[in-house]
Ligand binder design. Structure first.
Ligand code: CTP
Length: 397
């Protein structure tokens, strides 16, 4: 899928810049050509010589290079590519992009280009979470910039959290998804998945048996149809799919925040098994056992994420799909749930233990929409996902 594609790779000045060397190799292995551009800061972290050696092309560094300006002006350089990839996209570079600054070659190219732009942010977790960066991210998304990552994990600066550059295979998968001209190309779809964990104290939590298998399969199916997928997942058993914008959360409240940050989207599928309640006033320290004395937990209601999004007055996704996990009167309960929550479709399933659906590899669902209830035969969760993704593509047109 990447064969013959021209990628203009803008390397920003983050510690993660070294990963670009591997990225360039992998892109070229897949038949893509890479035209590298480095910011001044990037040159402090990787040498232009290594970059050009791997790219097989010289590195573009200067805005005012008269020889090059005569050969190929920066406007032209920005337009010959099929895609401009910024990796790592530092907080500084994102801010400049969001504001339309064009003080050096990299930012000038980003302003001048008429080709799609994808960024792979990487920065310290506090910088990523800073309201300024989140504001810039929202602006960039609004401008149609595609975003891959960042991932959560240990960071070079010794902190932990979101901010790590996506792994090279994930960046490649996002690029492949972009170039895969499936029916959902250019569409942005949100998927929630997995259980949530609601803390009792720092070591104990309340959870449910959701494995995340169905939500993950749906995200994968949407990616393979060309969608840009924002995948918001609780602590699931199954690994998250490749090629999605990944947000890993624990609690229902964090899931709601991640969902709201991901909007606007064309469609949203809420496959997560969100805990309806959290422990009110979870203890900051471990609750000690006292012989003969039972702790009493009191609960507070969690936000209903699906209902919140389905009932949004402005910015509601064009298609909102919920799941209904029921153990009896599946269609009746799910039909009522669709009304109550205000979503367009409900995918209802019977999660009674004897069905083996929760945590299993198969699912038997009923799709409830304005057109009534449509029972699908029992099939693998992957097939349910493919069918649902196909239906979604048809509905979005
Ligand atoms: N859901 C959500 N936020 C919640 C609870 C549920 O987004 N706090 C979403 C789920 O992702 C799913 C749908 O709502 O798409 C239905 O979830 P379900 O657990 O079946 O419904 P509940 O609202 O919890 O109703 P009940 O427990 O009474 O069946």
């Amino acid at each position: 899928m990447l064969a013959g594609k021209r990628i203009l790779l803008i390397i920003g000045g983050g510690i993660a810049a070294y990963k670009c060397l591997d990225l360039i190799r992998r892109l070229r292995e897949r038949g893509a050509s890479v035209t590298p551009v480095m910011t001044r800061a990037a040159e402090e972290l990787v040498t232009p010589l290594s970059v050009s050696a791997l790219a097989g092309e010289e590195v573009h560094r200067d805005l005012f290079d008269l020889t090059k300006e005569a050969e190929m002006g920066h406007i032209q350089l920005s337009r010959v590519a099929d895609l401009v990839l910024v990796a790592p996209a530092t907080a500084d570079l994102m801010a400049k992009m969001a504001q339309g600054l064009a003080g050096d070659l990299a930012t000038t190219l980003l302003m001048a280009t008429d080709t799609p732009v994808m960024i792979a942010p990487a920065m310290n977790v506090r910088m990523w979470e800073h309201p300024a960066t989140q504001r810039n991210l929202a602006l960039l998304r609004g401008d149609g910039v595609r975003v891959v990552g960042p991932e959560a994990g240990d960071m070079a600066c010794g902190e932990f959290g979101p901010g790590r550059l996506s792994e090279v295979p994930d960046i490649i998968a996002a690029l492949e998804a972009h170039f895969n001209a499936g029916p959902l190309a250019g569409r942005r779809v949100l998927v929630t998945s997995g259980p949530t964990h609601e803390p009792i104290d720092p070591v104990r939590y309340i959870a449910n048996r959701s494995s995340g298998a169905q939500g993950t399969a749906i995200a994968r199916a949407l990616v393979s149809l060309g969608a840009q997928v924002v995948f918001v997942t609780g602590p699931a058993d199954v690994a998250p799919p490749d090629g999605v914008v990944l947000h890993q959360v624990e609690t229902a409240q964090q899931m709601l925040e991640a969902v709201e940050a991901a909007l606007p989207v064309d469609a949203a599928i809420f496959a997560a098994a969100v805990a309806d309640w959290r422990v009110d006033g979870a203890s900051a320290s471990k609750i000690k056992k006292e012989v003969g004395k039972m702790p009493t937990l009191s609960f507070a209601e969690n936000p209903d994420i699906l209902a919140t999004v389905a009932q949004m007055k402005t910015g509601r996704p064009g298609l909102v799909v919920g799941f209904a996990a029921e153990t009896d009167d599946v269609v009746a309960h799910a039909t009522a749930k669709r009304e109550r929550k205000g979503c367009d479709w409900i995918v209802a399933n019977d999660v009674s233990p004897e069905t083996g659906i929760m945590g299993g590899s198969e699912n038997a669902v009923v799709l409830i929409s304005d057109d009534g209830a449509e029972a699908w035969p029992r099939m693998g969760k992957d097939q349910v996902a493919e069918r649902l993704a196909q239906r979604l593509a048809e509905a979005l047109g």
